[in-house]
Design a protein around this ligand. Structure first.
Ligand code: GLC
Ligand code: GLC
Length: 803
């Protein structure tokens, strides 16, 4: 069943009822100021760092889920309602939430009054704008009391939800006209404050939450709203908030709009105060006057739409499959941008207070993002490389505000270094910018240690080569891509982190997955070396790659599929010799993408994966699932069967299998897998799947789980980037290359062709793919050998591919 529908023209998902199975959210903001916004207008805002600069408060694991956020109340006679249903919860005569690209619109109607609330973060401005338009569709005049309210977070989201002995003493606000300023801790070391304002005279305000809500009440029934009044409370400690009250009269047919503005301001130290204890509001005033009218708001919305239209025009497809088109043209790319911006910090499942930016996650996110904003990709690659150590190993995470490696988690995830090769090569193929390789880049962020970025790649490859185990396969360390396969951990202590503890450094546990990665990205590194004239180095790396291939064929092949690993006692994992965990998805994907054993091994491995791991939503991570905890395996066996790494469809690695099918040229199998978990294709199973039908989730419970088919952890997952890579580069076959654009589609038989438009190094390639006997590729009328179109200066190149 569905809870809404796609509007492809508008690039919106339209939710038609508030009671979606879970909050279905959207993201506002692109650079500094970000907001999460659910289909009932819940969520929160932060500036750059969701932990350290949280602007509005949100209670994870709240009951009911998702209360608070942006609280609008419309009081009409005895009835109080909210345009997005929450928080008032009054049943509406009509409701719609339209999630668009960087904006969300809520449309509610009650008693002949309609409200349209549009929220967005304008390009380049640190604020969220909320335009509320009210219309009276009745024959008589309506006198409405209207409130807009937010609750402030005391900046550090962790302290905010734990350190009450302090917090309940420090809250401070200032009120000026129709604006409430939140200035907790500004008196001492902070140089930033926030504000909430409306562009009309207010009839009253409240800034003390408990006064506004009243005793024993929540956001659904504030006492101030019940009494249609304001207490003009001035917060001093406790929980500061901002509630602004408007009295609005609407003649029959009349419409009025109000602009609410939630802003964030930083002041230089010397300009913090305008008088003792009074914050300097100059910058806030400037921001408010930049967004003071409906016309300014509308211009900001148009600018946002134009920005997205421009970005998305870099890659579009038109085919007979409307669901494929909407994933490729809009939603998958949109999610790639969100994962690039947020990494794994802030979603409804990532609290924004936990991990920083992951090394491997950020590298992989670039694979889906690099064609959208290459300049930001360049900066990100250099940031990531700067947390690497001189021996090629690397911190696993870093904090976005400081860009420093995260010492609590440390290093030792032995796949990490190779992802740097993957994303740097992808960046250069997209942009042709070899100069990035010369960029001086430090180790562990230490000044004076800078070496060219190329040296970082060299050490990445070198790290794998020099850290191998008894079978010649790479040592796994704390874990590889699978964070939960912890073969040196042996934890018996409840609550101990599986990722950071290691009670038995065997120096033996090996990963076939990293071996597959090394063969794939080692080849890419050797190709890169060759291009920049490092012939000897290229040859040496190729030799190491071929040794690794041999090691995989000798010790990583189980007869029907690739094994997963060797444990600390040199026993195979992911083998028919095991009782549980006989086959894992990861090495099937990576070893086949790397071409190990050629197409015969490839097809065999992929067929085994399909037979043993395939379900209606994709390919499960492993089978049979572990039914008990084993300390020699680590976290993977801590999950109940069918969940997370223990045998769910872990969506992130399904596209590896799609790409692997493309590698062995089976377009039917590739597409069949693609569509099984592409959100738009499973929209009509939303009551089972439960998460948003317009973005990927991290996992879908496997067959062994009680809730088979239920997805969890939507939005911030490497699935976004890899799915885009799989569909654009594998199925549609459009691959940026050093010397040109490769077009090599691998379509399912039922598709007769498609049209693709791709902006690449300044040239727009208009590509038509069709079926026919005269197989091959022509570019601007010229028949080419092979499938790579050489670079051209022409602004447009028209390409015909016959398959
Ligand atoms: C999570 C992590 C990612 C890891 C994956 C598998 O998605 O963010 O780094 O590879 O889980 O464990
Ligand atoms: C847990 C999760 C895994 C995630 C990791 C991050 O192990 O199962 O998916 O990558 O935490 O630390």
């Amino acid at each position: 069943m569905r809870y809404g529908y796609f509007d492809d023209e508008a690039r919106e998902y339209i939710i038609t009822r508030p009671d979606t199975p879970l909050p279905w959210i959207n993201y506002l903001g692109n650079q500094g100021f970000f907001s999460l916004i659910s289909n009932t207008c819940g969520g929160y805002a932060f500036y750059r760092d969701a932990k350290l600069r949280r602007i509005t408060r949100f209670r994870y694991n709240n009951v009911p889920h998702d209360e608070g956020g942006r609280c609008f109340y419309i009081c009409d006679g005895d009835v109080t309602w909210s345009p997005a249903f929450l928080p008032a919860k009054t049943p509406l005569d009509s409701y719609r939430c339209r999630h668009g690209l960087g904006y969300s619109v809520f449309e509610g109607e009650k008693q002949g009054v309609s409200a349209q609330l549009t929220c967005l973060v304008p390009m380049g401005s640190p604020c969220e704008l909320q335009k509320l338009t009210l219309r009276n569709n009745n024959k008589e005049v309506k006198r409405l009391t209207v409130y807009g309210a937010v609750e402030w977070c005391l900046w550090n989201a962790v302290d905010d939800s734990t350190n009450y002995q302090r917090n309940w003493n420090i809250g401070e606000v200032e009120i000026e006209g129709s604006t409430v300023y939140h200035k907790t801790e500004y008196r001492e070391r902070r140089d930033h404050y926030a504000f909430y304002s409306v562009n009309a005279p207010i009839a009253g305000f409240d800034t003390d939450r408990d006064t506004f809500l009243g005793r024993f009440r929540g956001w659904s029934e504030p006492v101030a709203v019940e009494n249609r009044t304001s207490y003009n409370s001035k917060a001093s400690g406790w929980a500061p908030m901002a509630a602004l009250r408007l009295e609005v009269a609407l003649a029959p047919g009349e419409e009025k709009s109000f602009l609410f503005r939630l802003g964030y301001v930083e002041n230089p130290e010397a300009e913090k105060f305008s008088a003792p204890g009074v914050i300097n509001k100059t910058r806030a005033h400037a921001l408010l006057s930049a967004y003071d009218s409906v016309a300014q708001f509308d211009a900001a919305l148009s600018e946002l739409k134009a920005y997205w239209a421009g970005l998305l025009s870099r890659f579009t497809v038109k085919s007979s499959e409307e669901k494929l088109d909407r994933m490729v043209n809009v939603w998958n790319q949109y999610q790639c941008m969100v994962t690039f911006n947020m990494s794994r910090s802030a979603s409804y499942y990532e609290s924004g207070t936990g991990r920083g930016m992951g090394f491997r996650d950020s590298c992989q996110d670039l694979l889906g993002f690099v064609h959208l904003i290459p300049e930001r990709a360049r900066e990100r690659i250099l940031d990531i490389a700067s947390i690497q150590f001189a021996d090629g190993s690397t911190y696993h995470q870093y904090q976005p505000l400081t860009k420093r490696g995260n010492a609590d988690v440390g290093s030792g995830f032995n796949d990490d270094p190779l992802w740097l090769i993957a994303c740097t090569c992808a960046y250069i193929r997209e942009t042709g910018d070899f100069s990035i390789l010369d960029e001086p880049t430090p180790f562990n962020n230490e000044a004076g240690t800078e070496v060219p970025l190329l040296e970082h790649l060299r050490r990445s490859a070198g790290y794998t080569i020099s850290h191998r185990g008894p079978h010649g396969l790479p040592l796994i360390g704390r874990a590889d891509w699978n964070d939960c396969l912890n073969l040196n951990c042996f934890s018996r202590e409840p609550g101990e982190s599986f990722q950071t503890c290691s009670n038995f450094e065997s120096g033996k546990a090996e990963s076939v997955f990293i071996a597959g990665m090394f063969v794939k990205y080692g080849q890419e590194y050797a190709d890169l070396c060759e291009r920049i004239g490092l012939k000897e180095e290229a040859a040496a790396v190729r030799l190491a790659v071929s040794d690794m291939e041999k090691a995989v064929l000798a010790h990583g092949w189980d007869g029907e599929w690739f094994r997963r690993a060797y444990d600390a006692f040199e026993r195979p994992i992911g083998s028919r010799q095991n009782e549980e965990g006989q086959i894992f998805i990861e090495p099937q994907g990576f070893c086949v993408m790397a071409g190990i054993g050629g197409p015969d091994y490839g097809r065999k491995a992929l067929r085994s994966a399909e037979e043993r791991l395939g379900n209606e939503f994709g390919i499960e991570l492993l089978a049979p699932c572990y039914t008990e905890y084993h300390d020699y395996l680590g976290e993977i066996s801590s999950y109940p069967p069918g969940y997370k790494e223990n045998g769910s469809v872990f969506c992130h690695n399904n596209p590896w299998i799609t790409l692997a099918w493309c590698k062995v040229r089976d377009g039917n199998a590739a597409f069949d897998l693609y569509r099984r978990n592409a959100p738009a294709y499973i929209e009509d199973k939303s009551e089972i799947h439960r998460t948003e039908p317009y973005c990927y989730s991290q996992t879908i419970a496997g067959r062994a789980a009680r809730t088979y088919g239920e997805a969890k952890n939507s939005w911030l997952t490497g699935t976004a980037a890899w799915s885009f890579a799989a569909v654009s580069q594998g199925i549609l076959g459009v691959r940026p290359d050093y010397d040109g654009l490769t077009v090599d589609p691998c379509l399912p038989d039922f598709m007769d062709g498609c049209r693709i438009s791709r902006l690449f190094r300044g040239t727009r390639y208009e590509i038509t793919v069709r079926r026919g006997d005269d197989k091959g590729l022509t570019a601007d009328g010229k028949k080419l050998d092979g499938c790579t179109i050489p670079l051209t200066d022409a602004p447009v190149c028209s390409v015909l591919v016959t398959i």
